[in-house]
Design a protein. Structure first.
Length: 391
């Protein structure tokens, strides 16, 4: 199989930095814990309310199998059972800017609030340190669909800056809580999904235009964040240059069908399913349904991210093309005295370091901890790696 990372790494991933000399790259080496935030492209069906250590296996993604967060976690024994993915299908960055048309899933803002409730403070069951913890965020697809949150229904010129401003504030909030390693994924080419293409070329152009505007402002925001927090590490992975080559030529990546999906596979959680009602096995499709990529694509995405973060020369090349806005951001912030690195602070929740956390739902926390014996952890680790094709 052609290495997707080798093919697109130069364009797909960029380290947002103040300058090549000042920037610090993000590496997976030494990472022991992963916290993820996002929407349906990242969700695994996890909620700490059901038990902090109750990590899902198969069944909670929109990929028909594991997704990129899980493949990334499974790539190392250190994170194989220490990834906590709070992403939710349908999530936006801030529901007060663009409200969901139905029962609102947890937005990025609400996901961060939930994370603080369960993973910050003396009572937190998971102990993590900034140096060995990776924070990921992947948002955007809900702004490029036909639902109410889609930008085509809004004044995009007005709404996009509000969304991006909220995004920056939430990354800053995580930083203030102790986060120092960030992997931030940008908006994919959802305007090329079968669902969007079904509305005709004019609508596709509208989506493409809105996506381009969103991307430009998000990239600037990430550069601003890297300039503001020079003691933190930021990696920006641009998903469009990753996905476009797959859609252009699926067969180069051992995939068969890139322009449609098969209804028999919609909502499935059987990675190896091969239905006679479909043109090919699930693993050979780019799209699980008309809007979400299959686990095969998610696995390629994780591999591309891994290779980039492990490739010092690629990171150096990316740093050489850092966004000029970062430098201007530094200068502007310096004039106001706001670029001083915020010193690491005691990890705390919204209610202080010793706040009373909301109780767990779905059973006794002690009972759940007792159930996670070393033997069970080992068996689950083996199963995850087997399904992930890493065994």
């Amino acid at each position: 199989m052609l290495s997707l990372a080798r093919a697109v790494v130069a364009g797909a991933a960029v380290l947002a930095a103040v300058s090549p000399s000042a920037a610090k790259g993000v590496s997976l080496d030494g990472v022991e814990t992963i916290f993820s935030f996002g929407d349906s492209y990242s969700t695994v069906g996890y909620s700490p309310k059901d038990g902090v250590h109750d990590l899902p296996l198969l069944g909670g993604t929109t990929a028909g199998g594991f997704n990129w967060v899980q493949y990334l976690a499974f790539s190392s024994a250190s994170t194989n059972h220490s990834y906590y993915d709070l992403a939710q299908s349908g999530a936006t960055v801030n529901s007060s800017v663009l409200k969901h048309e139905a029962a609102s899933p947890l937005s990025f803002e609400e996901q961060v609030d939930l994370w603080e409730d369960f993973f910050i403070g003396d009572e937190a069951e998971v102990k993590w340190v900034p140096e060995t913890t990776l924070f990921t965020a992947f948002f955007g697809i809900k702004y490029a669909d036909m639902g109410y949150t889609g930008l085509q229904h809004q004044n995009a010129t007005e709404k996009i800056p509000q969304v991006v401003s909220s995004y920056k504030n939430l990354i800053s909030k995580l930083y203030e809580d102790g986060a120092r390693k960030f992997l931030l994924l940008t908006m994919p080419s959802t305007f090329r999904a079968p669902y969007i293409r079904s509305f005709g070329p004019d609508m596709v152009k509208t989506f493409e235009s809105n996506t381009a505007s969103f991307l430009a402002q998000l990239k600037t925001a990430i550069s601003d964040l890297a300039a503001r927090y020079p003691d933190a590490s930021f990696a920006r992975f641009d998903v469009q240059p990753f996905l476009d080559p797959i859609l252009d030529d699926p067969k180069s990546f051992n995939l068969t069908i890139g322009d449609s999906s098969c209804p028999a596979y919609w909502n499935t959680h059987e990675p190896e399913r091969n239905s006679d009602a479909c043109e090919a096995a699930l693993k050979d499709y780019v799209w699980l349904d008309d809007y979400h990529p299959t686990w095969s694509v998610h696995k390629l995405l994780a591999e591309s991210i891994q290779e980039f973060l492990a490739d010092e020369s690629a990171q150096a090349s990316a740093l050489a093309n850092f966004d000029a806005v970062a430098t201007s951001s530094t200068a502007e912030a310096s004039s106001t005295g706001s670029t001083d690195a915020i010193a690491p602070i005691a990890r705390r929740g919204r209610h202080g370091a010793n706040r009373r956390r909301r109780p767990l739902h779905g059973g006794s926390a002690r009972a759940r901890r007792m159930a996670w014996t070393p033997q069970l952890l080992a068996e689950r680790a083996k199963m995850r790696r087997r399904w992930a094709g890493l065994a």
